[in-house]
Design a protein around this ligand. Structure first.
Ligand SMILES: [Zn+2]
Length: 129
């Protein structure tokens, strides 16, 4: 096997914003962000207004594939939703806010449809098992 030192480790690690513990990915629950007009595209992606306008003309909604809200679990704080932004060589994340949810497809409101703790534990144990 050739020694690929330049091989980038693609695994992104997420830690709890409250206690710094490693978070577990819950997998399926991933909600991409959509923008409905040029101003939203520009504000969220940092592209020029000209380009944003062009994109907004091409389709009624712009899907941002580099930003999404995903469910995670902290061993101490339970389930939480993080807004993840992936950039060229890095990524950042923070707790998702109300305004972030408004940018998603809104198929799910986290305040009413959190998976139950038991369902959660089950998935965790499967993963660890
Ligand atoms: Zn925590």
């Amino acid at each position: 096997m050739p020694n690929k030192r330049s091989n980038r480790n693609k695994t992104r690690k997420y830690s709890c914003p409250f206690c710094e513990q490693r978070l577990w990915r819950l997998g399926k629950s991933k909600h991409n962000l959509f923008y409905k007009n040029a101003e939203e595209i520009r504000a969220n992606t940092g592209m020029t207004m000209k380009k944003a306008k062009l994109l907004s003309i091409q389709s009624s909604t712009y899907l941002d594939t580099n930003k999404w809200i995903e469910a995670f679990c902290c061993p101490s704080h339970g389930m939480m939703w993080l807004l993840i932004s992936v950039m060229k060589d890095s990524y950042e994340y923070r707790l998702a806010e109300e305004k972030d949810w408004l940018q998603t497809d809104k198929t799910l409101d986290p305040r009413v449809s959190n998976p139950s703790v038991s369902e959660f534990t089950l998935r965790m144990s499967r993963k660890l098992g």
